[in-house]
Ligand binder design. Structure first.
Ligand SMILES: O=C(O)CCC(=O)C(=O)O
Ligand SMILES: [Fe+2]
Length: 314
């Protein structure tokens, strides 16, 4: 499935304090976002405004939660696929994750924290809440830029309100091998946007449009932004939604935290009509996100790899 390369993803700097709409710096960053989202569906967002102490605290929170006993982690249940606790049930699996909705809301973080620590854990909940709020603001900046770049600001509010946030934290066990082992198999994100943080250890790989796998290098200030299939559909296929995976080697564990924006139930995802013309015919039939998930996860295994167009291609 293509060769590997050390090509770097586009790096876009969001650290400027005056990054506000209608300023020259905003417009420069906006065109970088649009270009990267079209070409790679993915980019490195440099965001120096996050204090290093918060990153450290987040690393600590990730270690702390996964160190809990299995029966406690299993209390994190959800009827939505990939939202509750997922353990490494198959032999040799390195993957373990869990998550919860609306982490930008302090009460929701508290609720989740109480499931794990009934007596509470202020350090954990404060860190996760602070972190999620910052990532959510960065996400809103990026999506506003994307909408503006297509000149379809009239849908800005509708688009922003069409999603909710979901935070998922993941641990990849150290494989203790020199050759690479799969931590998370190749997939496209089905949601709208994903903003990814990792604790120092690399392992994420993204596939380019030519089928090459890029080893993603994180800097101490970076987050990785990935365009999901729902945004690919809403932009009538203009923005790319890349396959990505996690490959692990060596004897260090890897932790990541991803803020996903997810289309709300009842919202119909359909390409903005301004993005349709002779050159750009409709790519996807309108669909509702939960309906897509249901189809996708109905027959396990094989269907996981299939992209949106196999279900809702126009
Ligand atoms: O942990 C990572 O680096 C990637 C996670 C991911 O792609 C996902 O959860 O969809
Ligand atoms: Fe992903």
């Amino acid at each position: 499935m293509g060769s590997e390369t050390t090509l770097r993803l586009p790096a876009i700097d969001f650290s400027c304090k005056d990054l506000t709409p209608r300023t020259p710096v905003w417009e420069t960053v906006r065109s970088q976002v649009r270009e990267a989202a079209e070409e790679f569906g993915c980019f490195e967002a440099l965001f120096k405004n996050i204090p290093q102490e918060l990153r450290k605290a987040m690393d600590g929170a990730l270690e702390e939660i996964f160190a809990l006993p299995l029966e406690i982690k299993k209390r994190n249940v959800s009827e939505k696929p990939f939202h509750g606790y997922i353990g490494s049930s198959s032999p040799g699996s390195l993957y373990e994750s869990m998550g919860f909705d609306n982490p930008e809301d302090h009460k929701e973080v508290e609720r989740f924290t109480k499931i794990m620590w009934p007596e509470g854990n202020t350090n954990f909940s404060k860190t996760v809440h602070w972190f999620s709020k910052i990532l959510s603001e960065l996400d809103q900046t990026i999506r506003r830029m994307i909408v503006e770049s297509f000149g379809i600001e009239k849908y800005l509010e509708e688009h922003m309100n069409s999603t909710y946030n979901f935070l998922r934290v993941t641990k990849y066990e150290a494989p203790k091998t020199t050759e690479k082992k799969t931590g998370l198999r190749a997939h496209t994100d089905k949601n709208t946007t994903s903003i990814l943080y990792q604790s120092q250890i690399d392992g994420l790989e993204v596939q380019t449009r030519d089928g090459e796998w890029v080893n993603v290098k994180f800097s101490p200030h970076s987050f990785i932004v990935i365009i999901g299939e729902s945004l690919n559909a809403w932009t009538n296929g203009r923005l790319h939604s890349p396959y990505h995976r996690v490959m692990m080697s060596g004897d260090q564990k890897r932790y990541s935290a991803v803020l996903f924006t997810v289309p709300r139930e009842g919202y119909i995802i359909k390409a903005a009509e301004e993005l349709l013309d002779e050159e750009h015919p409709l790519q996807f039939r309108p669909f509702e996100y939960p309906e897509y998930l249901k189809l996708r996860f109905a027959d396990t295994g094989k269907s996981y790899e299939l992209p949106l167009k196999d279900y809702f291609g126009a």
